[in-house]
Design a protein around this ligand. Sequence first.
Ligand code: CDT
Length: 313
Amino acid sequence: TVRRILTVAAAQLGPVARSDSRAHVVQRMLDLMQQASHHGCDLVVFPELALTTFFPRWYFEHQSEIDAFFEGEMPGPQTQPLFDAARELGIGFTLGYAELAHVDGRVRHFNTAITVHKNGHIVGKYRKIHLPGHAEHEPWRAFQHLEKRYFETGNLGFNVFRAFGGILGMAICNDRRWPETYRVMGLQGVEMILLGYHAPVHNPPAPEHDALSNFHNELVMQAGAYQNGSWVVGVAKAGTEEGVAQIGNSIIVAPSGEIVAACSTLGDELAIARCDIYETLQLNNTTFNFAKHREPQAYGLIVERKGAVPPPL
Ligand code: CDT
């Protein structure tokens, strides 16, 4: 039995006010990296859009107001200390941020996550694919969720990468509710999925689910982990931010689907687990041996029939 232990910290962040500077937030993150380093962690996972308040809750008329929440370079002057700390402490990190990219002379906006290795180099990048919410101002809502207005759909797919002795992948918030997210990476042999989120307790169009927020959060990540034999590290930006309550419930889920570490507050907090990457193989060689037991040629028939009236039995 070859054990491959990756000690990982879900680095939950409490609320970030609109008036908080990047420097202030980065200092909180550096404190968490320092603590994680004392506990022997290899990797610290921060939430979605970690560097600022969750700005899609407001409708802004001017693009310059929106762009103020975006990073034009990574690392930039404000985020360089995180990269320096990675090198000095010998600890990697995953960071979610709003990315302003210049591609072929065009300015593009993405909700992005990167993973940085212990040497301070970026080893993985992901741009959020499932953007929730709406594109137009909807004043009837208590608060907006304008991700569909402020971001473009990610264009990097769900790619996996080798780092920290395993096959890693990333996803962001609403992605976690979709089985495709885990499956697309599962089919590429993913062993650990790093997933930051930012989930208001109240969803104005579906308030009947408010009381189920934590249940759904755990349900999707536990199912995604088990059905694909992968570790999942889910990390919240939690607590009441600018008057909007957000779930915490940051968890580390084993390939068995069991929660092995969890945050218990709604503030800055680490949940740490020693993750044995070998456990993914145990499941992937037995119950979820895809090569042996999946039947994609049979699913094809069902996909072709989608939308059509099924033939009589
Ligand atoms: N940030 C993010 O993706 N949040 C969504 C809220 C959905 S309700 C508009 C989530 O899936 O948690």
